[in-house]
Design a protein around this ligand. Structure first.
Ligand code: DGL
Length: 276
């Protein structure tokens, strides 16, 4: 079991920020990464669609003998985590939200801001979970739908991104926050710009580091850390284009080969067996 891969999925390639952080923390682990580029962005999709896509991907990863599944997407974590956990009970399922809540609850701020996709913000999951453990904290959230596609196109650390980030962060609702949660797995790439915008005055929290630490602790407890150095990684997307492969480098910091497996294709073997 410990030598089995970890399944990681996202709507696209943004979740590679989580895979990258995991690789640094747990260097002997193999993983199978699935990016649902055929259906991205999840942030703009209905709850029903996100649940449907996410569960099919999770079933695919379970069938690939993954020892655990990490939902490396805030939109899918917000909307589909419960749904997946109800249907897949043979292996642990992790979302990217609970590790953040763990950290936030250790030191409740006065006012916390959350930025993310429309699906994540509409779900209201962050305010609900934070208010359960930080009763006095004021929580404000803001949809920032331009940020993920902007980052995916390589626009960060430059004039355009500075203007767009400033435009969002100047929103009145975020006035006087003392922490900001970057609730999207694309956002670690703009963390420095956000810190600069606030002149280092507030705490900026992103999921990559936090979730890899969280998973390491969980795996230790379950005794499923791979100590065997024979690891391999497998990167799958549901719709291949060269530009995804090019952008993948920004998120994973090394060149990777993306393989296309469209689990929704009508003649796919997987579909005959699993998609209902
Ligand atoms: N990576 C996704 C997330 O964390 C955002 C991209 C999308 O909307 O699909 O929410």
């Amino acid at each position: 079991m410990s030598t089995d891969p970890i399944g990681i999925f996202d709507s696209g390639i943004g979740g590679l920020t989580i895979a990258y952080a995991l690789k640094s923390k747990l260097p002997n682990e193999s993983f199978i990464y699935f990016g649902d580029t055929k259906h991205l962005p999840y942030g703009e999709k209905s709850e029903e669609a996100i649940k449907y896509y996410s569960l099919q991907i999770a079933k695919f990863l379970e069938q690939k003998r993954c020892k655990a599944i990490i939902i490396a997407c805030n939109s899918a974590s917000s909307v589909a985590f419960k749904h997946i956990s109800q249907h897949i009970t043979s292996i642990p399922i992790y979302n990217v939200i609970d590790p953040i809540i763990d950290i936030v609850s250790q030191d409740c701020s006065k006012k916390i801001g959350v930025i993310g996709t429309k699906a994540t913000i509409k779900s209201n999951v962050y305010p609900q979970k934070i208010s359960e453990c930080c009763k006095q904290t004021k929580i404000v959230s803001l949809e920032t739908p331009l940020l993920a596609p902007m980052i995916e196109e390589g626009f960060f650390n430059q004039e355009i991104s500075i203007v767009i980030i400033k435009n969002y962060l100047e929103n009145k609702c975020l006035e006087n926050i003392d922490s900001l949660i970057l609730a999207c797995t694309h956002y670690p790439l703009i963390k420095e710009e956000v810190i600069k915008f606030y002149n280092n005055r507030i705490k900026v929290i992103d999921s990559a580091e936090i979730i890899s630490e969280y998973i390491m602790k969980k795996f230790k407890k379950l005794n499923i850390i791979n100590t065997n150095k024979n690891y391999s990684h497998h990167f799958i997307i549901s719709n291949y284009t060269k530009s995804f492969e090019k952008s993948a480098f920004m998120f994973f910091k090394e060149n990777i080969k993306l393989e296309e497996i469209d689990i929704w294709k009508s003649n796919s073997l997987y579909q005959e067996k699993y998609i209902v």
